[in-house]
Design a protein around this ligand. Structure first.
Ligand code: FE2
Length: 258
């Protein structure tokens, strides 16, 4: 089973990259299932219902998110009804939406779990203990479990990879918008990468107009961020999983110009 996981979609250039490239990549790699992190798709800040719908139409099966999920207030109503758009599972109890979902794909079921780190981020519930709580439940339904670990600290992603090795099919990191070159299948059969990278403009600073960010560093004054212009790329990974066991057999990084 071939799984495409796409790193943080940033603004209009990222959305266009998804619309153009996800259908092509699905063909080229005979993709059975596609997960896209969508939390920066609305000009860097959150996601709206039309943007989520467009991503599903482009071939995403499940959308994940992170710290920016609530930036567009109207998403609260949408996420309450649409459980294919996830928010991190370790938000406090009572938060709208769900943090994991199990989807039927052909003869198989695939579960996706969205977690968020706490180092230099919101003080959410412990993502490690939350994974311990949820994974046994979803593993009753399917051995194929994909985890998006939305993190600032690389150490927290790496620790989660080792913590879940042998218990899930993949742990992929998102949020940093810089792809890491550490993809591997861990000894227990879990595909791992610290960060999938950015799907969006390549010539900005993690998605934002570079002149604005340089000014911000020069004078430390607040500035309204705008999405960088210029070329864009899709970044992510293709993961091959044995459907019967849920074990990953390979992970390959992708960086495709849009
Ligand atoms: Fe984020």
């Amino acid at each position: 089973m071939n799984i495409l996981m796409v790193g943080d979609v940033y603004g209009e250039p990222g959305r266009q990259a998804v619309a153009k490239l996800v259908p092509r990549l699905r063909q080229e790699h005979a993709i059975d299932f596609c997960v896209v992190n969508i939390e920066n798709a609305a000009a860097g800040f959150g996601v709206t219902a039309p943007i989520a719908k467009q991503a599903f139409e482009s071939g995403a099966d499940v959308l994940t998110s992170g710290n920016h999920i609530w930036d567009k207030r109207e998403i609260v109503e949408y996420i309450t009804k649409e459980n294919l758009l996830l928010r991190p599972a370790n938000f406090p109890a009572g938060t709208p939406g769900v943090g994991h979902v199990t989807v039927k794909t052909g003869p198989h079921k695939i579960a996706v779990l969205n977690l968020m780190g706490r180092v230099f981020m919101l003080p959410l519930d412990c993502p490690f203990r939350k994974a311990d709580e949820i994974i046994p439940e979803i593993s009753k339904e399917t051995p194929i479990v994909l985890v998006d670990m939305h993190c600032e600290a690389t150490s927290e992603s790496i620790a989660m990879g080792w913590y879940l090795d042998g218990r899930v099919s993949a742990v992929v990191g998102t949020h940093r918008h810089v792809q890491t070159a550490d993809e591997r299948v861990l000894p227990g059969g879990t595909a791992y990468i610290t960060d999938l990278g950015l799907t969006g403009p390549t010539d900005g600073v993690i998605g934002v107009d570079r002149d604005q960010i340089i000014q911000r560093f020069l004078n430390q004054m607040p500035i309204r961020f705008e999405t960088a212009k210029g070329p864009a790329a899709l970044q992510g990974a293709v993961i091959v999983v044995e459907p019967e066991t849920g074990r990953a057999t390979s992970i390959r990084r992708l960086r495709v110009p849009a």
